[in-house]
Design a binder for this molecule. Structure first.
Ligand SMILES: [Zn+2]
Length: 493
């Protein structure tokens, strides 16, 4: 998220406002003390029982879309290494993946504090889960130092979601962070995975080769719409391998049964171009590694949170790779241009509005640059969607938008969403999103709330609707703009 120093753009404010601006700094520093700026870790008591005597060493914490995401390694008394990823939703519910020897699975703690633990399922299938493609592997040795993002579209089937009993957005953040923890552990420093979109479909696809092809075909238009790089889809599991991925490629599928295990990272390593530990051929280095004590992500069985890298050692002092046979860190690096370059990313802010199995949802994001004297608001890009100009504040408490989303047949339909300009803290003021009302010097940051309610859409047929709503933040008397990409996935029951 971009944050701007208001004083750097104060030149557009009119003279009458200058004396007020001088008083701003103190107010700004108080108002920017938000969850995004200073994330609060989830209380260790939430997962203390689940991790037992292992020691948690946190290596990352951040807030995304109101979800607090943290991760790090677990170190057991026996000297083994595992991992913990914790995601706390805005309502206080927590999901955590615990991955240590003897304890692997998904912990769910609801907003009332009721906890349940689902152990990772064991999959004894030795069937290969990688589908080889003709796509060329990256052999790019001239990567810039700039950090790049692989934008992920994560999809769920209605069936998978009903079996997994998770908040799909929190779960998607958890999976992405677990992959990023593995990249960090493996010293892959120039690239990370980013959650760009989450969609839900009522489809019967499973983890078969045909299921993988069907998911990739279904997601193709959405991937173009959201400008994402990789697809990962949770669907049915009819036996056989728990997940499957193209190698190399950009799609993977996962059975709903894998929610407690680390299959997602394994399949993405196939997408990067990696092959299994036991297939090492002595000629190439794109394989996982089993050093006899520790297995990396591309092995089967109990895996440690690493991709193969000869420069990294496990808790026993043994290397986790071999420069000639097992160096997935090099593979990630050499394939960064391919993995990040399938589509150019959407410019601007991103907002994920996801109703999951419910038929209503409200999502808020802060929009830096529209607060106070900027007198900014949010407009639609087309009159058929909503108002395209800022307007003085009225009594309207929200703007009714006509979002053009896709139904199950891939046809465009209008879905009504409410757009509200919200003052975050002191005033709590809510009004139509294109209002340019000045709320006073003491107002806190402003943002946009998008609300979906099936009751606003009585004529809409039952089903899931997915798509992109493009909005834009503007300021009064200024040519400043900020695109806002709202990725919508809603259900009409
Ligand atoms: Zn595999």
């Amino acid at each position: 998220m971009n944050t701007e120093n208001p004083s750097s753009t104060a030149g557009c404010a009119r003279l009458a406002a200058l004396t007020l601006l001088l008083a701003l700094p103190a107010v700004v520093s108080a108002a920017t003390d938000s969850p995004e700026d200073s994330p609060q870790a989830t209380s260790t008591s939430v997962y203390a029982d689940a991790i037992g005597s292992a020691r948690f060493e946190r290596s990352a914490i951040k807030v995304e879309q109101g979800h607090t995401v943290e991760s790090g390694n677990l170190y057991t008394r026996d000297g083994e290494t595992g991992s913990l990823v914790v995601v706390r939703s805005p309502d206080g519910a927590v999901i955590a993946r615990i991955d240590e020897p003897g304890k692997r699975g998904l912990l769910r703690v609801d907003a009332q504090g009721l906890a349940s633990f689902t152990p990772a399922s064991t999959n004894d299938s030795r069937e290969s889960d990688a589908v080889e493609t003709q796509e060329p592997m990256g052999r790019d040795v001239t990567i810039s130092g700039e950090h790049r993002y692989i934008d992920l579209l994560m999809a769920f089937s209605d069936y998978a979601l009903s079996k997994m009993s998770v908040d799909p957005l929190a779960f998607a953040f958890l999976q992405v962070e677990e992959l990023n923890l593995r990249l960090r552990n493996s010293l892959v420093t120039n690239v990370s995975l980013r959650l760009a979109a989450v969609n839900i479909f009522d489809v019967p696809y499973d983890t078969s080769i045909q299921g993988l092809a069907s998911w990739q075909g279904l997601l193709s238009p959405y991937r173009s719409l959201y400008k994402t790089d990789l697809n990962a889809a949770y669907g049915g599991w009819e036996g056989g391998t728990a997940g499957r991925g193209y190698q190399p490629g950009y799609s993977s599928v996962l059975g709903w049964t894998t929610s407690g295990s680390d299959t997602f990272g394994h399949e993405l390593a196939h997408n990067a171009g990696g092959k299994h530990c036991w297939d090492q051929d002595g000629r190439d280095y794109n394989f996982g590694h089993d050093n006899g004590k520790t297995k990396t992500s591309l092995c089967y069985g109990n895996r440690a949170p690493y991709f193969s890298n000869p420069a990294v050692r496990d808790a026993h002092g043994l290397p986790l790779g071999n420069a000639q046979t097992a160096d997935m860190t090099r593979v990630w690096r050499e394939n960064t241009a391919r993995l990040t370059g399938y589509n150019p990313e959407l410019a601007g802010l991103r907002m994920l509005v996801l109703s999951g199995n419910e038929d209503q949802v409200a999502t808020y994001i802060r929009v830096p640059g529209i607060e106070r004297l900027y007198r900014g608001g949010v407009v639609a890009l087309s009159q058929s969607v909503g108002p395209i100009e800022l307007a003085p504040g009225t009594d309207e408490k929200f703007t009714m938008l006509n979002a053009k989303l896709l139904n199950a047949a891939g046809s465009e339909v209008l879905v009504k969403l409410r757009g509200t300009r919200v003052e975050e803290a002191q005033l709590g003021w809510r009004e139509h999103m294109n209002s340019n009302r000045y709320l006073g010097l003491l107002s806190s940051p402003l943002g946009l709330e998008i609300q979906y309610d099936a009751r606003d859409n009585e004529a809409l047929p039952v089903g899931y609707y997915n798509g992109l709503l493009k909005l834009e933040a503007r300021r009064i008397d200024s040519d400043w703009t900020q695109p806002i990409n709202v990725i919508v996935s809603v259900r009409k029951k």
